[in-house]
Design a protein around this ligand. Structure first.
Ligand SMILES: Nc1ncnc2c1ncn2[C@@H]1O[C@H](COP(=O)(O)OP(=O)(O)OP(=O)(O)O)[C@@H](O)[C@H]1O
Ligand SMILES: [Mg+2]
Length: 361
């Protein structure tokens, strides 16, 4: 069977290691377009970090959070044993060195009795205190790292106020105030990252790490590993740019590459066309900051038209409703740091251009 190995993320890994080699001061928001390899990068890092690092990894993808109980279940990995808090800290400290670089995938460890207590209380004050003290103690011997993947999942959840604000406060405590734990929040939702970027409570308290699709040279090296000729590399790059997930599929379909590229483009064209057809015939209401807005079909087409001869456009080229619609439906990606909007992938760009040609001809 064809095994695809993890491919070069040297620049990003160097950046993460630079962060890990200094005292935790800021929250790191790792963002990038869909399927750019964010999760893969952190999973790879977790496996290769030296053993003084202790990773706590929580992935919120596919998790349904509507009340405090749901959130507690994803936040914690319950230890079936019962301990009081101080005892438990000692047990953990003694146990962790054996766990070498193995991370706590699935959450922050907690003894069953304490977890039950948190469950009964239905508020987070003691939960966050527990987490702070746990990381503070662990940081005397190790370097704890908390990674929360797909943080946007809980972006709008209200549990006595917006949960995300309580979490941001916890992250600020762990980094800027207690300096006891590195915090990485990962997201592919660019509307969420824009919100974070404009959030006053985070100003000066976080940094951003872009994990984008591969650049041309990285793509070329990747494909060369699997025996691609220069022509095959050019063909693949012309369809997919450096989107890792498509490159992996291209490798698997190397013997019918041209056909495969065209197939994927046709599929993406159909997807976006049916999205537009639905919008035109049925309309679409979008929720922005607790208010509903009607999306205007003509404005969407005008927006797509901006990509006729450009790969990216300035952030302020689109009105808010159109911008939210095209990003929410995964056609466009917004980068608040660079101040640009671009299609989620090169394939999307090609699909958009092909649809525009059809509409205007
Ligand atoms: N560095 C890499 N080397 C080899 N393959 C990779 C690499 N990065 C990503 N991939 C491939 O791309 C796929 C998608 O990557 P991943 O799930 O990490 O993207 P993501 O950015 O987390 O996506 P999402 O936006 O959905 O969260 C992986 O399953 C893997 O097959
Ligand atoms: Mg991911």
């Amino acid at each position: 069977m064809l095994e695809i190995e993890f491919h070069n993320r040297e620049k990003e890994i160097q950046e993460v290691m630079r962060i890990l080699n200094t005292r935790p001061d800021l929250i790191t928001f790792a963002y990038g377009p869909i399927n750019s390899g964010k999760t893969e990068l952190f999973q790879h890092l977790i496996k290769t970090l030296p053993k003084e690092y202790k990773v706590f990894y929580i992935n919120l993808r596919g998790i349904y959070v509507s009340k405090a109980d749901d959130f507690l279940k994803v936040l914690f990995e319950v230890d079936e044993r019962e301990y009081d808090f101080k005892e438990y800290l000692k047990v953990l400290i003694d146990y962790l060195p054996e766990k070498v670089a193995l991370p706590f995938i699935g959450g922050i460890p907690v003894p069953k009795n304490l977890f039950k207590k948190f469950f009964e209380e239905k508020e987070f004050e003691n939960v966050f205190k527990y987490i702070e003290r746990l990381f503070l103690t662990l940081s005397e011997k190790f370097t704890p790292i908390l990674i929360i993947d797909e943080l946007q999942v809980i972006g709008d959840i209200k549990i006595n106020g917006l949960l995300i604000y309580e979490l941001f406060n916890l992250f600020i405590r762990l980094t800027k105030e207690l300096h006891c734990c590195h915090v990485f929040a990962v997201t592919s939702d660019s509307l969420f990252i824009e919100r974070v970027y404009n959030e006053a409570m985070l100003h000066g308290r976080c940094r951003y790490l872009l994990i984008d699709d591969f650049d041309y040279n990285t793509t070329k090296e990747f494909l060369e590993k699997y025996g691609f000729s220069q022509d095959e590399i050019d063909l693949t790059w012309n369809y997919f740019g450096g989107k890792p997930v498509y490159l992996v599929e291209a490798v698997k379909n190397k013997d019918r590459l041209k056909e495969f590229c065209e197939e994927l483009l046709r599929l993406r064209i159909m997807e976006i066309k049916s999205l537009l057809k639905e919008l035109r015939e049925l309309g679409y209401t979008i929720r922005i900051k607790d208010k509903e807005y009607e999306v205007d079909y003509d404005k969407v087409i005008t927006a797509l038209n901006l990509f006729k001869d450009r790969d990216s456009i300035p952030l302020d080229s689109l009105d808010e409703i159109t911008k939210h619609y095209l990003i929410k439906t995964n056609v466009l990606f917004l980068d608040p740091l660079k101040g640009i909007i671009k299609p989620q992938s090169h394939l999307d760009l090609l699909a958009i251009r092909s649809i525009l040609k059809e509409i205007t001809s």
